[in-house]
Design a binder for this molecule. Structure first.
Ligand code: SF4
Ligand code: SF4
Length: 472
């Protein structure tokens, strides 16, 4: 029944295979010899199967767990260095015909204000985001064929790319909209999107159907097979994710990796990113009614094990998480974070009054982008506003083969420094600028190739003279 190459959701996410994996992991959680052999394989940096990774997740031996964390940190350092890519969500519309029981935008919620940005409002939101310093957005919209048809999404994408305000520009638009047709994915590709992101929410079919009682999203197979249609439509960077808290985390973890294996087996390229959201409080939503919530330590272990299992896949964490939790998982494998986020429709231009809240979830990290950038630098990370790969056509398997050759590092680090310099000049507070300048100076020395180093030094000088948008 289980077949990673099958195009049927229930065969590449086989329920029986997940259960057998969980039983195998439970049976071996004290098996030091097996855990050592899995860790040995993981040290080769080629990833792990879902079964192997599940054993590490369940591992109950304290010393081996310390090895797991150390290896995750090392892999993070080797593949991503100390860079963290920055992005922000942009909510276009909260009209939705679905009945997802964990989301305040579900169609039965009659008291939440429904909003949909006009193209003029999109422009104003984008200017506000550019004025913060953002270059990379993730657009979000509910599923509603009447209010949010694909033409509306495409118009919004064109508008976002067209806004050039002062030195600002949105250089990459990732899209998080409902599962759709190959034809619509093709249209998104033609509109120049970066990654197509679709959270599975839960891979457990029975739970999925209960949590999505009404609307087109109820169809488990259509939702789970969406990434295959996206890839058939020409989108080669796709982002997976589950909403931790809905189902047993061990089930989601194994199935998520099975989904990654399926994409690799069928399309020759795994997911570009994996997101790890946890359920949050929102209008109409009390997270305590979902009894599969996970604590911060379990969350950290999940992040570490994903890092080890799929070293080439970026990992994203949002402002759902508190600064303390974000700090904990940054070193374990997260490569992208949002900053200064608003999770309501139109929230960047105007703060919503208390009685008109339309946010999708409560943000835990409420700091401004400037504060997040400074905090990252104080922790020794380099905030990066890089969008170079997408713009140089390094997507899908081209991106993966560059990653696997190790050469991507020679692009990421210089690009991070150049885009950070742009940010510091155009948007940072004096205090942040000061810290950033020192960091850039120090990090220049970590560019091993002297030719690249002098090119970056020259470009930094040109950025200070007013030029923008250098990339390798
Ligand atoms: S999770 Fe998405 S599809 Fe479900 S109700 Fe919320 S906006 Fe709609
Ligand atoms: S060079 Fe490519 S992989 Fe590296 S940070 Fe930029 S966009 Fe990401």
């Amino acid at each position: 029944m289980y077949d990673p190459k099958s195009m049927k959701a229930e065969e590449f996410i086989s329920h029986e295979e997940v259960l057998e994996t969980l039983a195998y992991a439970q049976a071996n959680k004290h098996n030091a010899a097996l855990i050592d052999s899995i860790l040995q394989k993981a040290r080769e940096r080629k990833g792990l199967s879902h079964r192997e990774a599940a054993v590490l997740l369940d591992c109950d031996l304290e010393d081996r767990n310390q090895e797991i964390y150390a290896l995750a940190r090392q892999i993070k350092q080797d593949f991503y260095g100390n860079r963290i890519v920055m992005f922000a969500p942009l909510y276009l519309s909260n009209y939705c015909v679905n009945g997802c029981v964990y989301c305040p935008y579900h169609s039965k919620n009659k008291h939440i204000p429904r909003k949909k940005l006009t193209l003029e409002e999109v422009e104003r939101e984008v200017i506000a985001l550019q004025d913060m310093g953002h270059k990379r957005l993730a657009i979000e919209a509910g599923e509603d064929p009447v209010n949010n048809p694909i033409e509306y999404i495409l118009d919004c994408i064109r508008t976002i790319y067209s806004v050039k305000h002062k030195n600002g520009a949105i250089r990459r638009v990732n899209v998080n909209i409902a599962a759709t047709t190959v034809e619509n994915y093709r249209k998104l590709k033609e509109a120049g999107i970066g990654t197509y992101v679709l959270f599975q929410e839960t891979y457990h079919k029975d739970s999925y159907e209960k949590l999505h009682p009404t609307g087109p999203k109820h169809n488990y197979a259509y939702h789970t097979e969406a990434m295959d249609r996206a890839m058939a439509g020409g989108i080669d960077d796709v982002g997976l994710g589950v909403l931790f808290g809905l189902e047993l985390y061990r089930y989601e973890f194994a199935a998520l990796l099975m989904h990654a294996e399926h994409l690799e087996a069928v399309h020759g390229v795994g997911p570009h990113t994996i997101s790890v959201p946890r359920i949050r409080r929102a209008d109409d939503i009390d997270p305590s009614v979902f009894d599969n919530g996970i604590d911060d330590d379990t969350f950290a272990k999940i992040v570490a094990c994903i890092r080890i299992a799929v070293p080439y896949t970026g990992m994203i964490i949002s402002t759902r998480e508190s600064p303390a939790c974000r700090e904990k998982v940054l070193g374990l494998g997260v490569s992208q974070i949002s900053g200064g986020s608003r999770t309501s429709v139109g929230g960047y231009v105007e703060e919503e009054p208390e009685d008109e809240k339309s946010e999708q979830f409560e943000v835990s990290d409420r700091r401004t982008l400037d504060q997040v950038v400074r905090w990252l630098m104080e922790l020794g990370h380099i905030p990066s506003f890089c969008t170079a790969c997408y713009r140089e056509g390094r997507t899908g398997d081209r991106f993966m083969s560059l990653c696997k050759s190790g050469q991507i590092q020679n692009c990421c680090h210089p690009n991070a420094l150049m885009t950070l310099e742009e940010y510091l000049i155009d948007y940072a507070s004096p205090e942040t600028r000061d810290i950033g300048r020192k960091l850039i100076q120090k990090e220049l020395a970590n560019i091993p190739n002297p030719k690249v180093r002098s090119l970056v030094e020259r470009n930094l000088e040109l950025i200070r003279q007013g030029q923008r948008d250098f990339r390798l």
